[in-house]
Design a protein around this ligand. Structure first.
Ligand code: PEP
Ligand code: MN
Length: 349
Protein backbone atom coordinates (compact mmCIF):
# COMPACT_ATOMS: atom_id res chain seq x y z
CA UNK A 1 0.00 0.00 0.00
CA UNK A 2 1.23 3.49 -0.81
CA UNK A 3 0.06 6.79 0.65
CA UNK A 4 0.39 9.75 -1.68
CA UNK A 5 0.69 12.97 0.30
CA UNK A 6 -0.75 16.22 -1.06
CA UNK A 7 1.82 18.78 -2.30
CA UNK A 8 0.90 21.05 0.63
CA UNK A 9 1.30 18.29 3.26
CA UNK A 10 3.53 19.30 6.14
CA UNK A 11 6.24 17.29 7.88
CA UNK A 12 3.98 16.82 10.84
CA UNK A 13 1.23 15.45 8.57
CA UNK A 14 3.79 12.93 7.26
CA UNK A 15 4.99 12.07 10.77
CA UNK A 16 1.40 11.60 11.95
CA UNK A 17 0.80 9.04 9.20
CA UNK A 18 4.04 7.11 9.83
CA UNK A 19 3.33 7.10 13.60
CA UNK A 20 -0.13 5.62 13.04
CA UNK A 21 1.26 2.94 10.76
CA UNK A 22 4.03 1.92 13.15
CA UNK A 23 1.61 1.92 16.08
CA UNK A 24 -0.52 -0.53 14.06
CA UNK A 25 2.48 -2.88 13.76
CA UNK A 26 3.43 -1.89 10.21
CA UNK A 27 6.49 -0.31 8.61
CA UNK A 28 6.47 3.00 6.72
CA UNK A 29 9.08 4.03 4.12
CA UNK A 30 8.97 7.72 3.26
CA UNK A 31 10.16 8.66 -0.22
CA UNK A 32 10.37 12.41 -0.74
CA UNK A 33 10.21 13.33 -4.41
CA UNK A 34 10.48 16.73 -6.06
CA UNK A 35 6.76 16.78 -6.80
CA UNK A 36 5.29 14.72 -4.02
CA UNK A 37 6.00 12.59 -1.01
CA UNK A 38 5.03 8.96 -1.01
CA UNK A 39 4.86 6.65 1.98
CA UNK A 40 5.19 2.95 1.28
CA UNK A 41 3.51 0.67 3.81
CA UNK A 42 4.49 -2.89 4.64
CA UNK A 43 2.24 -4.91 6.95
CA UNK A 44 -1.33 -6.05 7.41
CA UNK A 45 -3.56 -4.33 4.82
CA UNK A 46 -6.74 -5.00 6.85
CA UNK A 47 -5.14 -3.32 9.85
CA UNK A 48 -4.19 -0.28 7.71
CA UNK A 49 -7.74 -0.10 6.28
CA UNK A 50 -9.09 0.33 9.81
CA UNK A 51 -6.89 3.44 10.28
CA UNK A 52 -8.91 5.42 7.71
CA UNK A 53 -5.70 6.99 6.42
CA UNK A 54 -7.43 8.67 3.48
CA UNK A 55 -9.15 11.04 5.91
CA UNK A 56 -5.94 12.18 7.63
CA UNK A 57 -4.62 15.72 7.11
CA UNK A 58 -2.27 16.06 4.12
CA UNK A 59 -3.21 12.68 2.60
CA UNK A 60 -4.13 12.97 -1.07
CA UNK A 61 -4.61 9.33 -1.95
CA UNK A 62 -4.17 5.80 -0.66
CA UNK A 63 -3.13 3.37 -3.37
CA UNK A 64 -3.06 -0.36 -3.14
CA UNK A 65 0.06 -1.25 -5.11
CA UNK A 66 -0.69 -4.72 -6.24
CA UNK A 67 2.73 -5.09 -7.85
CA UNK A 68 5.23 -6.81 -5.57
CA UNK A 69 7.90 -4.39 -6.81
CA UNK A 70 7.16 -1.01 -5.28
CA UNK A 71 10.07 1.40 -5.78
CA UNK A 72 10.42 0.63 -9.49
CA UNK A 73 6.66 0.42 -10.06
CA UNK A 74 4.99 2.88 -12.37
CA UNK A 75 2.10 2.98 -9.88
CA UNK A 76 4.54 4.64 -7.51
CA UNK A 77 5.97 7.07 -10.11
CA UNK A 78 3.86 7.64 -13.23
CA UNK A 79 6.45 9.81 -15.03
CA UNK A 80 9.24 7.89 -16.83
CA UNK A 81 12.73 8.10 -15.34
CA UNK A 82 15.83 9.36 -17.12
CA UNK A 83 19.07 7.71 -16.00
CA UNK A 84 22.30 9.62 -16.57
CA UNK A 85 25.53 7.77 -17.37
CA UNK A 86 28.30 10.28 -16.77
CA UNK A 87 25.94 12.93 -18.13
CA UNK A 88 24.60 10.90 -21.08
CA UNK A 89 20.84 10.46 -20.65
CA UNK A 90 19.03 7.16 -21.17
CA UNK A 91 15.22 7.44 -21.21
CA UNK A 92 12.83 10.33 -21.63
CA UNK A 93 12.14 11.71 -25.10
CA UNK A 94 15.50 10.63 -26.55
CA UNK A 95 16.92 7.26 -27.55
CA UNK A 96 20.50 6.31 -26.77
CA UNK A 97 22.84 4.06 -28.74
CA UNK A 98 25.39 2.08 -26.76
CA UNK A 99 27.98 0.06 -28.66
CA UNK A 100 31.34 -1.60 -28.50
CA UNK A 101 33.04 -4.97 -28.47
CA UNK A 102 31.53 -7.92 -26.66
CA UNK A 103 34.89 -8.39 -24.93
CA UNK A 104 37.85 -6.09 -24.50
CA UNK A 105 40.75 -7.87 -26.22
CA UNK A 106 43.44 -5.27 -27.03
CA UNK A 107 43.73 -1.47 -26.77
CA UNK A 108 43.63 -1.17 -30.56
CA UNK A 109 40.61 -3.46 -31.01
CA UNK A 110 38.70 -1.62 -28.28
CA UNK A 111 39.54 1.82 -29.67
CA UNK A 112 38.60 0.79 -33.21
CA UNK A 113 35.32 -0.69 -32.01
CA UNK A 114 34.59 2.48 -30.00
CA UNK A 115 35.24 4.67 -33.04
CA UNK A 116 33.01 2.44 -35.17
CA UNK A 117 30.17 2.68 -32.64
CA UNK A 118 30.68 6.42 -32.27
CA UNK A 119 30.49 6.91 -36.04
CA UNK A 120 27.00 5.37 -35.97
CA UNK A 121 25.90 7.69 -33.14
CA UNK A 122 26.79 5.73 -30.02
CA UNK A 123 27.16 7.91 -26.93
CA UNK A 124 28.16 5.12 -24.54
CA UNK A 125 30.87 2.47 -25.00
CA UNK A 126 30.16 -1.13 -24.00
CA UNK A 127 32.84 -3.79 -23.49
CA UNK A 128 33.36 -6.72 -21.17
CA UNK A 129 36.48 -7.15 -19.06
CA UNK A 130 34.89 -9.88 -16.92
CA UNK A 131 33.04 -12.26 -19.23
CA UNK A 132 30.37 -14.64 -17.89
CA UNK A 133 31.05 -17.56 -20.27
CA UNK A 134 28.93 -20.69 -20.44
CA UNK A 135 32.12 -22.77 -20.76
CA UNK A 136 34.86 -22.49 -18.16
CA UNK A 137 37.36 -23.08 -20.99
CA UNK A 138 36.21 -20.06 -23.01
CA UNK A 139 37.96 -16.64 -22.81
CA UNK A 140 36.96 -15.16 -19.46
CA UNK A 141 38.01 -11.58 -20.19
CA UNK A 142 41.13 -9.58 -19.36
CA UNK A 143 39.95 -8.58 -15.88
CA UNK A 144 41.47 -5.40 -14.50
CA UNK A 145 43.76 -5.02 -17.55
CA UNK A 146 40.57 -4.83 -19.62
CA UNK A 147 39.15 -2.14 -17.34
CA UNK A 148 42.34 -0.13 -17.85
CA UNK A 149 41.96 -0.38 -21.60
CA UNK A 150 38.35 0.80 -21.32
CA UNK A 151 39.45 3.78 -19.23
CA UNK A 152 42.07 4.72 -21.84
CA UNK A 153 39.55 4.48 -24.65
CA UNK A 154 37.12 6.61 -22.64
CA UNK A 155 39.83 9.24 -22.27
CA UNK A 156 40.48 9.18 -26.05
CA UNK A 157 36.88 9.11 -27.27
CA UNK A 158 35.02 10.85 -24.46
CA UNK A 159 32.54 7.94 -24.30
CA UNK A 160 31.42 6.82 -20.84
CA UNK A 161 31.74 3.07 -20.32
CA UNK A 162 29.35 0.31 -19.31
CA UNK A 163 30.98 -2.95 -18.34
CA UNK A 164 29.82 -6.12 -16.66
CA UNK A 165 30.51 -7.22 -13.11
CA UNK A 166 30.01 -10.93 -12.48
CA UNK A 167 31.18 -11.33 -8.90
CA UNK A 168 30.31 -9.51 -5.68
CA UNK A 169 34.03 -9.45 -4.85
CA UNK A 170 34.76 -7.34 -7.95
CA UNK A 171 32.03 -4.71 -7.55
CA UNK A 172 34.28 -2.05 -5.98
CA UNK A 173 37.03 -2.65 -8.53
CA UNK A 174 34.70 -2.48 -11.54
CA UNK A 175 32.87 0.54 -10.08
CA UNK A 176 36.19 2.36 -9.72
CA UNK A 177 36.56 2.28 -13.55
CA UNK A 178 33.03 2.04 -14.94
CA UNK A 179 30.45 4.76 -15.49
CA UNK A 180 27.71 2.12 -15.46
CA UNK A 181 27.72 -1.42 -14.09
CA UNK A 182 26.19 -4.19 -16.16
CA UNK A 183 24.52 -7.20 -14.57
CA UNK A 184 24.18 -9.88 -17.23
CA UNK A 185 21.45 -12.33 -17.99
CA UNK A 186 23.15 -15.15 -16.08
CA UNK A 187 23.30 -13.07 -12.91
CA UNK A 188 19.88 -11.45 -12.97
CA UNK A 189 18.86 -13.37 -9.88
CA UNK A 190 22.23 -13.23 -8.12
CA UNK A 191 20.65 -11.35 -5.25
CA UNK A 192 23.89 -10.65 -3.39
CA UNK A 193 25.33 -9.10 -6.57
CA UNK A 194 22.16 -7.03 -7.09
CA UNK A 195 22.41 -5.70 -3.55
CA UNK A 196 26.10 -4.93 -3.97
CA UNK A 197 25.57 -2.96 -7.20
CA UNK A 198 22.68 -1.22 -5.45
CA UNK A 199 25.24 0.16 -3.01
CA UNK A 200 28.04 0.90 -5.50
CA UNK A 201 26.93 4.43 -6.37
CA UNK A 202 26.90 3.86 -10.16
CA UNK A 203 23.99 3.45 -12.59
CA UNK A 204 23.17 -0.17 -13.40
CA UNK A 205 22.26 -1.86 -16.68
CA UNK A 206 20.16 -4.87 -15.69
CA UNK A 207 19.75 -7.46 -18.40
CA UNK A 208 16.73 -9.71 -18.33
CA UNK A 209 17.43 -13.28 -17.26
CA UNK A 210 17.15 -15.55 -20.27
CA UNK A 211 14.36 -17.51 -18.59
CA UNK A 212 12.98 -14.77 -16.37
CA UNK A 213 9.44 -13.47 -16.47
CA UNK A 214 9.01 -9.71 -16.69
CA UNK A 215 7.87 -9.73 -13.07
CA UNK A 216 11.04 -11.56 -11.95
CA UNK A 217 13.10 -9.01 -13.91
CA UNK A 218 11.36 -6.13 -12.14
CA UNK A 219 11.81 -7.83 -8.77
CA UNK A 220 15.53 -8.07 -9.55
CA UNK A 221 15.51 -4.31 -10.23
CA UNK A 222 13.69 -3.84 -6.92
CA UNK A 223 16.63 -5.50 -5.13
CA UNK A 224 18.92 -2.80 -6.55
CA UNK A 225 16.44 0.00 -5.82
CA UNK A 226 15.85 -1.23 -2.29
CA UNK A 227 19.57 -0.63 -1.60
CA UNK A 228 19.05 3.03 -2.49
CA UNK A 229 19.95 3.04 -6.19
CA UNK A 230 17.14 4.00 -8.55
CA UNK A 231 19.49 4.63 -11.51
CA UNK A 232 18.61 1.39 -13.26
CA UNK A 233 18.18 0.75 -16.98
CA UNK A 234 16.50 -2.50 -17.99
CA UNK A 235 17.71 -4.39 -21.06
CA UNK A 236 15.67 -6.96 -22.97
CA UNK A 237 18.24 -9.31 -24.54
CA UNK A 238 16.16 -12.25 -25.71
CA UNK A 239 14.75 -15.22 -23.88
CA UNK A 240 14.98 -19.00 -24.17
CA UNK A 241 12.30 -20.56 -26.34
CA UNK A 242 12.07 -23.72 -28.43
CA UNK A 243 13.28 -21.77 -31.49
CA UNK A 244 16.77 -22.66 -32.65
CA UNK A 245 17.08 -20.35 -35.66
CA UNK A 246 18.11 -17.52 -33.38
CA UNK A 247 20.39 -17.52 -30.34
CA UNK A 248 17.53 -16.22 -28.19
CA UNK A 249 14.04 -14.99 -29.01
CA UNK A 250 13.81 -11.22 -28.74
CA UNK A 251 10.70 -10.64 -26.64
CA UNK A 252 9.76 -7.39 -28.32
CA UNK A 253 6.50 -7.11 -26.41
CA UNK A 254 8.49 -7.06 -23.16
CA UNK A 255 9.50 -3.48 -23.99
CA UNK A 256 6.04 -1.83 -23.85
CA UNK A 257 4.91 -4.26 -21.15
CA UNK A 258 7.85 -3.38 -18.91
CA UNK A 259 7.43 0.33 -19.68
CA UNK A 260 3.81 0.13 -18.56
CA UNK A 261 4.79 -1.52 -15.28
CA UNK A 262 7.92 0.43 -14.34
CA UNK A 263 9.17 3.99 -14.67
CA UNK A 264 12.68 2.72 -15.46
CA UNK A 265 14.06 3.11 -19.02
CA UNK A 266 14.03 -0.06 -21.13
CA UNK A 267 16.58 -0.72 -23.88
CA UNK A 268 17.13 -3.65 -26.25
CA UNK A 269 20.19 -5.75 -27.11
CA UNK A 270 19.62 -6.95 -30.68
CA UNK A 271 23.07 -8.62 -30.79
CA UNK A 272 22.63 -11.14 -27.98
CA UNK A 273 18.97 -11.71 -28.95
CA UNK A 274 19.43 -12.73 -32.55
CA UNK A 275 23.02 -13.90 -32.20
CA UNK A 276 23.56 -13.16 -35.91
CA UNK A 277 24.99 -10.07 -37.57
CA UNK A 278 22.27 -9.98 -40.24
CA UNK A 279 19.54 -9.77 -37.61
CA UNK A 280 21.00 -6.83 -35.70
CA UNK A 281 19.70 -4.04 -37.95
CA UNK A 282 16.17 -5.48 -38.39
CA UNK A 283 15.90 -6.02 -34.63
CA UNK A 284 17.25 -2.52 -33.99
CA UNK A 285 14.47 -1.08 -36.16
CA UNK A 286 11.93 -3.22 -34.32
CA UNK A 287 13.24 -2.09 -30.95
CA UNK A 288 13.00 1.59 -31.85
CA UNK A 289 9.56 1.13 -33.43
CA UNK A 290 8.18 -0.53 -30.31
CA UNK A 291 9.39 2.34 -28.15
CA UNK A 292 12.69 1.17 -26.65
CA UNK A 293 14.67 3.91 -24.91
CA UNK A 294 17.89 2.74 -26.52
CA UNK A 295 19.79 -0.05 -28.21
CA UNK A 296 23.07 -1.72 -27.22
CA UNK A 297 25.05 -3.42 -29.99
CA UNK A 298 28.19 -5.52 -30.31
CA UNK A 299 30.68 -4.20 -32.89
CA UNK A 300 34.14 -5.50 -33.82
CA UNK A 301 36.73 -4.34 -36.36
CA UNK A 302 37.60 -7.97 -37.27
CA UNK A 303 34.92 -10.33 -35.91
CA UNK A 304 36.57 -13.36 -37.51
CA UNK A 305 39.32 -13.01 -34.89
CA UNK A 306 36.99 -12.09 -31.99
CA UNK A 307 37.50 -14.00 -28.75
CA UNK A 308 33.80 -13.78 -27.94
CA UNK A 309 30.55 -13.55 -29.94
CA UNK A 310 32.13 -12.71 -33.34
CA UNK A 311 29.12 -13.93 -35.38
CA UNK A 312 26.82 -11.28 -33.92
CA UNK A 313 29.24 -8.35 -34.08
CA UNK A 314 28.56 -5.61 -36.59
CA UNK A 315 31.52 -4.85 -38.89
CA UNK A 316 32.89 -1.49 -40.08
CA UNK A 317 30.79 -1.77 -43.27
CA UNK A 318 27.59 -1.94 -41.19
CA UNK A 319 28.15 1.39 -39.43
CA UNK A 320 26.73 3.58 -42.17
CA UNK A 321 23.42 1.73 -42.21
CA UNK A 322 23.24 1.63 -38.41
CA UNK A 323 23.96 5.37 -38.35
CA UNK A 324 21.19 6.00 -40.91
CA UNK A 325 18.70 4.04 -38.81
CA UNK A 326 19.72 5.83 -35.63
CA UNK A 327 19.58 9.27 -37.23
CA UNK A 328 16.28 8.86 -39.09
CA UNK A 329 14.01 6.45 -37.24
CA UNK A 330 13.81 8.18 -33.84
CA UNK A 331 12.61 11.40 -35.54
CA UNK A 332 9.83 9.56 -37.38
CA UNK A 333 8.76 8.14 -34.04
CA UNK A 334 8.70 11.54 -32.35
CA UNK A 335 11.99 11.01 -30.53
CA UNK A 336 15.60 12.00 -31.15
CA UNK A 337 18.99 10.36 -30.89
CA UNK A 338 21.16 11.31 -27.92
CA UNK A 339 24.34 12.72 -29.41
CA UNK A 340 27.55 13.14 -27.43
CA UNK A 341 26.81 16.88 -27.49
CA UNK A 342 23.84 16.16 -25.19
CA UNK A 343 26.28 15.18 -22.50
CA UNK A 344 25.82 17.30 -19.42
CA UNK A 345 29.14 18.72 -18.32
CA UNK A 346 29.75 18.11 -14.62
CA UNK A 347 29.33 21.32 -12.66
CA UNK A 348 32.57 23.05 -11.73
CA UNK A 349 33.12 23.03 -8.01
C1 PEP B 1 27.10 -9.03 -22.83
O1 PEP B 1 26.39 -8.05 -23.05
O2 PEP B 1 28.32 -9.03 -22.99
C2 PEP B 1 26.48 -10.28 -22.34
C3 PEP B 1 27.20 -11.28 -21.85
O3 PEP B 1 25.15 -10.26 -22.46
P1 PEP B 1 24.06 -11.23 -21.79
O4 PEP B 1 24.27 -11.17 -20.33
O5 PEP B 1 22.77 -10.61 -22.25
O6 PEP B 1 24.27 -12.60 -22.38
MN1 MN C 1 28.55 -11.03 -25.95
Amino acid sequence: MVIVMAPEATSSDIDAVTDLVTAAGGEAFVSRGVRRTIIGLVGDAAEFASLDLRAKPGVSDVLRITAPYKLVSRENQPQRSVVEVAGVPIGGDAVTLLGGPCAVETPQQTLEAARMAQSAGAAVLRGGAFKPRTSPYAFQGLGEAGLEILAEVRATTGMPIVTEVVDVRDVDLVASYADMLQVGTRNMQNFALLQAVGEAGKPVLLKRGMSATIEEWLMAAEYIAQRGNLDIVLCERGIRTYEKATRNTLDISAVPVAQSLTHLPVIVDPSHSGGKRDLVLPLTRAALAVGADGVIVDVHPTPETALCDGPQALVPGDMEELGDVMRTLPGILGRRLVRPADTVEPALV
